[in-house]
Design a protein around this ligand. Structure first.
Ligand SMILES: [Zn+2]
Length: 285
């Protein structure tokens, strides 16, 4: 059982999975920034460099419809302390490959703009087609395997340390902490969960964790293997919530199974069911 991952260290260093994203519009402020087609528009995802304060940030997103040559238009209202923004106003027909985004970040130390963020980063048309083909294959594969609808909760790896963290070992001492949900950082997860659809590769009849009526004890060790899209970017110990049952899972293993031009297009992951007493069930989505 994981229970807020008691062995989780709050000074976690990003894995290779995260590092490979660093080329995506990364600069001295953003370690990456990516724009991708989502279900309801274009989603922009970003991660700040660890040198930036993780809290107190205001983000304003701008779009340019002509590869940066046209005028920059502010999209929606600024957002605060989050990792993602949905542009639902974009016209997805015709011109979408030419749109470019920029994020302005403001806090009490910094007022700066990101590099230009292209849809699917700097992929060439050929690479973009390759990425599409990989995802199409995943969709085909899904015809023979269960598809699971849910939400991804993006775990904080930076921010204000919670008082439950041991100052010298950086270990989270209280896995049931209601201030950080066992992550060691206040609030635990970034604002705004995003939809993340999975394809199960484990025989689900063997682990009936998707039954909303099933009740699991504190010793349940159900591990599910899944495939998922590389966007949104996923990290170790992020949480995936199954919409139908509200069962919650920690991502306990993560491998990039397909990569195009440095962009993780697909992950193979293992997820462990959080037992019903786990603090993660008190996190409100
Ligand atoms: Zn805490």
């Amino acid at each position: 059982m994981i229970q807020g991952s008691p062995l989780y260290k709050a000074d976690y260093t990003p894995s290779g999975v995260e590092a490979s994203k660093a080329i995506w519009a990364g600069d001295n402020i953003f370690s990456y920034a990516i724009a991708a087609l989502g279900q309801d528009g274009v989603r922009v995802y970003w991660q700040l460099q660890p040198t930036l304060p993780a809290e107190g940030n205001r983000f304003t997103v701008y779009r340019n419809n002509d590869r940066g040559n046209g005028t920059w238009e502010q999209i929606g209202d600024p957002v605060f302390d989050t990792w993602t923004f949905l542009d639902s106003t974009v016209q997805l027909t015709g011109k979408f490959p030419y749109i470019v985004y920029k994020i302005r970040i403001q806090n009490d130390r910094v007022d700066a703009e990101s590099s230009e963020i292209y849809l699917y980063g700097g992929l060439t048309p050929r690479q973009r087609n390759l990425a599409k083909a990989i995802l199409r294959r995943q969709a085909l594969y899904a015809r023979h395997n269960p598809i699971l609808q849910g939400y991804l909760l993006k775990r904080k790896h930076t921010g204000v340390r919670c008082s439950c963290v041991d100052p010298s070992t950086k270990l989270v001492l209280n896995s049931d902490c209601t201030n950080c949900f066992g992550t060691g950082f206040i609030a635990g997860y970034w604002n705004e969960s995003v939809t993340q659809t999975l394809v199960a590769t484990t025989e689900l009849s063997a682990v009936p964790v998707f039954d909303p009526n099933a009740i699991f004890g504190t010793t349940t060790k159900a591990i599910i293997k899944v495939k998922m899209s590389g966007l949104p970017p996923v990290g170790m110990y992020d949480v995936w919530v199954h919409s139908q049952s509200n069962n919650r899972f920690y991502i306990v293993d993560l491998k990039v199974s397909a990569e195009v031009g440095g962009l993780p297009v697909q992950y193979d992951a293992a997820m462990q069911l959080a037992n019903y007493k786990d603090i993660i069930y008190t996190y409100r989505i």
